[in-house]
Design a protein around this ligand. Structure first.
Ligand code: SAM
Length: 230
């Protein structure tokens, strides 16, 4: 089974972007995931290819038209789960990434300007999802981030099937942040002249002690940085 993303956008050339590289790029070549970038402007009906208009009620900026977006959406054969990337949405997280990675088709609507005429979101029951409490200039970077988080969870994309569960927010980490990592050399002198050692416990090979140390570190960083996850 492969995961297909339909992307409704004014900038189809932004895809696959970074997802053409590394893990996601190889997974795309293998056919683990696919995308279909649809240019919303192709569905504008006037000579100027207008996709937006001024907002009812006044105010700054332009709003993307419901009729044009609906025509773009109706051109998609299998839209599957319909998502509008929006700062007003439910905040994206690892649980949602896991859930979405199990879908077959997802349609991501990328807004621009002030956003989208609300009626098309209502009529076609789009879910609204945000990638965080800040405002981007468009939904495309948000879509790429969501896609990346989903793609790496597809079977076979990461080498080790347990990897995701052992990472931050994973099942084996109890939903907490991950412990710190170290690799060779065991002693390293930084440009500030200080020598930093790898913690002794990680070099000892006692797995029970290592697990205990990692759990403690995980709890400590979560308490300090993201107490809301506890
Ligand atoms: N006027 C909107 C508001 O205040 O909520 C912001 C519009 S923003 C300039 C343009 C587009 O970027 C949005 O329609 C949305 O698709 C996308 N976008 C911006 N911030 C986002 C976020 N945090 N998560 C997901 N998409 C976002």
């Amino acid at each position: 089974m492969s995961l297909n993303f339909n992307l409704l956008t004014l900038f189809p050339d932004m895809f696959p972007g970074m997802l053409g590289h590394s893990l996601a790029g190889r997974a795309h070549e293998r056919g683990d995931w696919a995308f279909n970038a649809i240019d919303i402007r192709d569905f504008a009906t006037d000579n100027h290819k207008t996709v937006d208009d001024t907002p009812y009620g006044g105010g700054a900026g332009m709003v993307m038209r419901a009729d044009v977006i609906e025509s773009a959406l109706l051109s998609v054969e299998k839209p599957g789960r319909k998502i509008y990337l929006s700062p007003r949405g439910k905040v994206f997280n690892q649980t949602l990434a896991k859930e979405l990675s199990q879908e077959e088709n997802i349609t991501l609507l990328c807004g621009r300007y002030e956003g989208i005429d609300h009626r098309v979101l209502e009529a076609h029951e789009f879910e609204e999802i945000s990638i965080g409490d800040y405002v981007l200039s468009g939904g495309e970077p948000a879509a790429l981030i969501m896609m990346d988080a989903c793609i790496r969870l597809l079977p076979g994309v990461m080498g080790n099937v347990d990897t995701a569960d052992n990472e931050s927010f994973g099942a084996n980490t109890g939903g907490l942040l991950e412990y710190p990592h170290y690799t060779r050399p065991a002693e390293w002198t930084a440009s500030n002249g200080k020598t930093y050692d790898v913690p002794e416990v990680l070099r000892g090979g006692n797995h029970a002690d290592i697990d205990k140390w990692r759990e403690e570190k995980s709890l400590k960083v979560t308490k300090a940085v993201r107490p809301d996850l506890l």
